[in-house]
Design a protein around this ligand. Structure first.
Ligand SMILES: [Zn+2]
Length: 491
């Protein structure tokens, strides 16, 4: 019996989970006590200790970002309309390689803490309550992530990334890959120690997750070890997979298998495996490789795909397609990837892009993307108590203010949410029964200070770009701005 005082959220439209799917109760009541939802229905039978008036609002489960780079995104912000053509639309290669084998890194002057705090604050402001962040250890071996998770109150699934090598630009600006399997294996050992020491911190909100940076920069031994560690520790495993076209082609050339088929053959795929992106699979129109059935392999293994339509749409790249993956039985989660950390934008772009790819307006329905934003992520993380508003589930609740000209009349709240909602409509965010945001204000931080610190950090990164760039270009030479600076007329 839950003895905590009860808080009821009433008067709004509630997206409630009936045990098999989301259903609408309008008006409805959701009540929670401690970290647990204790009632979902039309009338709370009793007197709650406190009340939240949700009149004119939509109450939804906390959103789960199953893949995110939680920072200020100094690199990817530069890439719209530009970046190198020889990377075949991949974005991160433009700024991830160091200058020479041991030279300057793009982010060498970043204030990593300010950048991470900005990302965490953005997630809460966007109604995201659980995140699987991809980030290296940093100088403090991942402790900054633990600290930020505690400060901002979200659920975080993390351990520092392991990689089997590093990218660098040579003196001609050519990207080179230097393999270091030993470093990848050592990083996995460190990740195992990290997870053993910290899994369950912050009242269980901080959880371990084995993460390999990229399939493309992993070896069979690294993948096997990662899989074994995940099983030993009882946690999930995630990696960027089939994100680069060259990754797909090189894997097929060297192994005779697509990346997905190779992972399936190795036994890497399983119910707690999260494949980030997974764009280039057999049959994708860019691959020139129609053979095999990668989707059937993913579906059979019960692995999940973390789909991030927005960042890839900006590069002109599409999953082919969300509907096809869903129809094949693949568990689809959504990830906010780079920026903005905005699940509404991901849902909307996911719907639209899939309709264009399929040339079918009935594809990728609003409800399917909404499900991916909560139930899909919960399944990917093995959490039947998340991503749903149901009795006994965790009290991770988001209240969206629909009293807005931008929303307008609402014939259907899920379609309105997916196609019209923006982050400024998020009114209240509750995680584990703790209120993180109320009345559109973050309660755990000063938002203006967080923003100012992130901007100052990013300006330093951009101002020092020439010292990083292989050709010593200024940032406006390497990434020309959309608008030219004003020139005063010569008298
Ligand atoms: Zn990523």
């Amino acid at each position: 019996m839950n003895a905590h005082p009860v808080t009821a959220i009433s008067g709004g439209a509630v997206v409630a989970f009936d045990g098999s799917e989301h259903r609408l109760i309008e008006p409805g009541v959701i009540a929670f006590a401690g970290d647990e939802i204790v009632y979902v229905g039309r009338d709370y039978p009793g007197t709650p200790a406190s009340l939240i008036d949700a009149c004119g609002m939509l109450v939804i489960p906390g959103q789960i970002s199953a893949h995110a780079h939680v920072s200020a995104q100094e690199g990817s912000r530069l890439l719209i309309d530009g970046g190198r053509r020889d990377f075949f639309r991949s974005g991160f290669l433009n700024y991830v390689p160091t200058k020479g084998g041991d030279g300057a890194a793009f982010l060498q002057h970043q204030d990593a803490r300010a950048s991470l705090r900005f990302g965490m604050a953005s997630l809460v402001r966007h109604g995201i309550t659980t995140v699987l962040p991809f980030a290296p250890a940093g100088a403090d071996h991942g402790h900054m992530m633990i600290e930020a998770a505690g400060e901002f109150g979200l659920r975080v699934y993390y351990s520092p990334l392991a990689s089997g090598g590093r990218y660098h630009f040579d003196s001609q600006g050519r990207p080179q890959r230097a393999w270091d399997e030993g470093a990848g294996l050592r990083a996995l050992c460190a990740a195992a120690e990290f997870i053993s020491a910290h899994d369950g911190k912050h009242s269980g909100r901080f959880r371990g997750m084995v993460t390999i940076d990229e399939f493309y920069f992993s070896t069979p031994l690294i993948r096997r070890r990662a899989r074994e560690l995940a099983e030993q520790l009882g946690v999930g495993v995630s990696l960027h997979c089939s994100e680069q076209l060259s990754e797909f082609h090189e894997t097929v050339r060297q192994t005779g298998h697509t990346p997905v088929a190779l992972l399936a053959k190795e036994g890497f795929l399983g119910p707690r495996t999260v494949l980030a992106h997974c764009l280039y699979i057999a049959g994708h129109s860019a691959t020139a490789y129609p053979y095999g059935d990668d989707l059937a392999l993913i579906a059979q293994s019960q692995a999940s795909v973390a789909h991030s339509p927005l960042a890839f749409s900006r590069r002109g790249v599409a999953l082919e397609s969300f509907q096809r993956y869903l129809d094949a039985g693949v568990n689809m989660a959504l990830g906010t990837d780079t920026y903005p950390l905005d699940m509404f934008a991901e849902m909307r772009m996911g719907c639209i892009v899939a309709k264009i790819v399929e040339k079918n307006h009935e594809s990728a329905k609003a409800m399917d993307l909404f499900n991916a934003s909560n139930l899909g992520g919960a399944r990917a993380l093995g959490r039947p108590d998340l991503g749903r508003l149901a009795r006994g589930a965790k009290a991770d609740i988001v209240v969206i203010d629909f009293r807005s000209l931008a929303i307008g009349p609402v014939p259907d709240p899920i379609r309105a949410l997916v196609h019209l909602a923006t982050p400024d409509m998020v009114d209240t965010v509750i995680v584990d029964g703790q209120t993180l945001m109320r009345g559109k204000r973050l309660l755990m931080c000063n938002e203006a200070e967080v923003l100012a610190a992130a901007r100052a950090s990013s300006e330093r990164v951009w101002a020092s770009f020439a010292a990083y760039d292989w050709a010593e270009r200024r940032i406006d030479e390497a990434f020309p701005p959309a608008i030219k600076p004003w020139q005063d007329p010569v008298e």
